[in-house]
Structure formats: C-alpha cells, structure tokens
Design a protein around this ligand. Structure first.
Ligand SMILES: [Zn+2]
Length: 430
C-alpha cells in the first residue's frame, strides 16, 4: 500500500487533479460513527447517504488546495436525528483544515491578507476573520509583565494618535492603545494589572497623560522626556528664524531659508563642519539670530548639568537672561518648564527618557511596509505579536539558591518565564 501523503487525520487520500489555478484532492472520511446516537443515546445508527464537502487546505506545488471529502452520514431510527461524524483535523466553521488555519495564524501579522488570500484561495475576509480570532486568543494568552519603568507616548498610526506604552528597562513594547484621550487612558490604567509595580514613567507633555497617571498610578514618579522639552526650545529658535527671515529682501531670505538655516538645526553628533561654517556666517550677517541660537544651546545644555538643584538654578538664570525681544518665543519655553517643573526636573533624580524616537521610527517603518488600509487592530497585532514565536522579549529567571557554587544559573530552583513584549529595536524588522 502506498503511504497516504495527505497526512490529514480522519481522511484518506483517493486521488488528485492539478489544474492551473489550484489543486483538488479527492478524499474520503475514514472516521468511525459514534456507537450511540449523540441525541438520544439509542443504537444502532444507520448509514444515511453521504455528501461531498470542499475544505481549503495548505498550498501544494505553489497552488491553493481544496480537499473534496466525501463524508458518510448516519441516522438514528429512534429520534430521527442525522449525524455526520466530526473529523478532528478539520475546522467546520471556516470550512478549512486546521493546519491551514495554523498556517494563516503564523503569517497573518507578517504578510498582507491579500497575499495570504492569493496563496491559499480563501477570500480576504476569511483570512481577516481568522487573524482577528487569533488576535483575541493571543491577547488572552500572552499577558506581558507590567513594566517597572514605563514609557508613555503618542504616535500617529492610521490617521490617529495612539498611545504607545513601552517597557524602558527591557526596551520592549508593552501595549499600543487605540486612543490617547483622557477617557481611554483612564480605562487603560484602571485595568492595568500589577499597576503598583510601576515606579517611574517617562512621558511627553500631552496633558491627559499627566492627569491620568497622577490619578491611577499615585505612587509612580513622572519624568517628562528631555527630547520633548528640548524640542520646544528648538522650535522657538525656528519660529524666530522664520520671523527674521520674513523681514529680509528676497535673495537674503532664500539664502537663510535654503542654506544657512542648517547651521542652526543640527546638534551633537549629527553636526558637521559645514554646519559650523554656516553658523559663522549667521554670526556675521544675522547677529540677533546667532544670539537666539546661543540661548537655545544654553537651554539644551541644562540637561548636561549634574544634580537637580544645580539644574534648577541654571534654568532660573537662563529664564532671567532672555532678552525682552525674544520673550514671545523663549518666554513660552520657560512658562512650559514652569508648568511641568516637578516632572521635568525629576529627570535629574532618575535620568530616563522614553523610547519615543525609537518607537516612532519603528512604527512608521512597520506602517509603511504594511501599506494602507490596515486597521488599528492589525497594526497593533503586528507590532506586538509578529515575532511571538521567536520569543523576543521573553526572559527566563530562576528562583532558589544553587546547591553548589559551580551550578549554572539555569539549574537553580524553578524556571519562570516572563514575557515583556517585543524589543523596540525589532519593530520595523519583520
Ligand atoms: Zn437518536
């Protein structure tokens, strides 16, 4: 007897037709009927004709596959109920083999639904509903550890701002939340398990975050991300540059806008020699702008200062040094710092920054690769679960003490697997 390469439990292979648009496998069920009637418990059951059902299966020879299975039906003479014995390898709800469902689950957050539909012959909506069911299952079965040091930020995905929650200690993504409104954030933090574990949160200045965190995580300390603080000063400088520019003659205006501007913008390791040369020209020709540049740099360098009290003192000095003509620009930066004083200077007690730039870049990359038309749910799923099988972000710790000093850590006590979510640096890589 030739081996049955269909390898589908409860089904025997009879033959196949290979056509241009797909493969049809002809098969028959080989399941024993139940001994008693499942409805009334009487026996025996009698054969009651058979029907052919067509199930979608995993692709063969690069083509979609249908398995046509003849299934024997049985009838109970006592209660009249007609029964088709269940075949464990088939999913009757989707009219597909369970292994095909498994294949789609393993790929649905990595490839487009259209590509999977073409590969398997299932309609796009079926692929999508398999993916959404799987997502629900994943959410119920992959609880991630609540971060001790949390990052909270907003990223624009699919046309709306979403809250992105990261684990800064593990550099993983903990959750992406549909909306960042106060109401949605309260809902999220109210239902957050082990929320007493959160000790520090790095966040931006989005108003509701602060209100909600103070209400829902009263013991966590907040740090406004330095990137967001510094950005305000850079923006003030740029506004001032635009204002000065608008008062110039056309050729000067273009010179400043197209060329020299870059001497003001780039900072730190991104700064080139050419940027410094441009800044020298600005010092010569637009001294007022150069003064504003220095003021912004002084503000930035507050973050290099050791000790909270020193930094607070330097900020006061800086605020008082703003020339009156710059107040419409830099005065607002100072007011913003005063509004968030406590949480901005908490940085000097615990210097964390949220993973904003990293997370934003990764999500943007992911978003671009997926293309348009994906719902928030699917982008979130892809972000959180595309690498679920590769165990990214899972850490195995061992409790107990070694019997001997030479024991490897992996031999201590009981192993505990903690899932922290995906590494942020992997966001765009799948
Ligand atoms: Zn019966």
């Amino acid at each position: 007897m030739t081996p049955d390469l269909l390898l589908l439990e409860g089904v025997s292979h009879l033959g196949q037709r290979v056509e241009n648009d797909g493969v049809t496998i002809v098969a028959t069920a080989n399941i024993m009927p139940p001994e008693n009637c499942p409805s009334c418990g009487c026996k025996p059951l009698y054969k009651h004709g058979s029907r052919v059902y067509s199930y979608a299966d995993t692709p063969l020879y690069g083509k979609p596959v249908r398995v046509e299975i003849e299934r024997q039906r049985y009838r109970c003479k006592v209660c009249g109920k007609v029964e088709t014995p269940n075949i464990p390898s088939l999913d009757d709800k989707r009219v597909a083999t369970k292994r095909l469902i498994g294949l789609i689950q393993s790929r649905c957050f990595k490839y487009t639904f259209t590509a999977l539909s073409e590969e398997t012959g299932l309609v796009v909506n079926t692929v999508k509903s398999i993916a959404l069911d799987y997502l629900e299952w994943l959410d119920e079965n992959h609880e991630r550890e609540t971060p001790r040091i949390m990052g909270l930020d907003e990223v624009k995905v699919g046309g709306s701002y979403r809250a992105v929650v990261t684990n800064l200690e593990m550099r993983t993504v903990f959750e992406m939340y549909e909306r960042r409104t106060k109401q949605h954030m309260i809902e999220f933090f109210k239902n957050l398990k082990d929320k007493e574990r959160v000790e520090w949160v790095a966040l931006d200045m989005w108003g509701p975050f602060k209100i909600v965190l103070e209400q829902e995580l009263p013991n966590a300390r907040l740090v406004i991300d330095r990137y967001h603080v510094i950005e305000k000063a850079s923006r003030a400088l740029d506004q001032l540059r635009i204002n000065i520019q608008s008062q110039l003659e056309k050729s000067d205006r273009i010179r400043l806008k197209k060329g020299l501007r870059w001497g003001l913008l780039r900072r730190n390791e991104k700064r080139t020699e050419a940027d410094d040369e441009k800044l020298e020209l600005i010092r010569q020709d637009y001294p007022k702008l150069a003064l504003a540049y220095d003021l912004a740099e002084e503000f930035h360098s507050i973050y290099e200062i050791d000790g909270r009290a020193n930094a607070e003192a330097e900020f006061s000095r800086w605020l008082n040094s703003i020339p009156p003509e710059f107040m419409p620009y830099f005065g607002e930066v100072g007011a913003m710092v005063n509004r968030h004083h406590q949480n901005i200077f908490n940085y000097f007690d615990f210097p964390i920054t949220n993973a904003y730039t990293e997370a934003k870049n990764g999500i943007t990359k992911l978003n671009n690769r997926m293309g348009r038309g994906y719902s928030y749910e699917i982008i979130r799923a892809r972000l959180l679960y595309a690498k679920v099988s590769s165990q990214a972000g899972r850490v195995i710790t061992h409790t107990g003490t070694p019997k001997s000093i030479t024991d490897p850590v992996s031999a201590w006590g009981n192993a505990k697997v903690s899932d922290y979510g995906r590494y942020i640096s992997n966001f765009g890589d799948d």
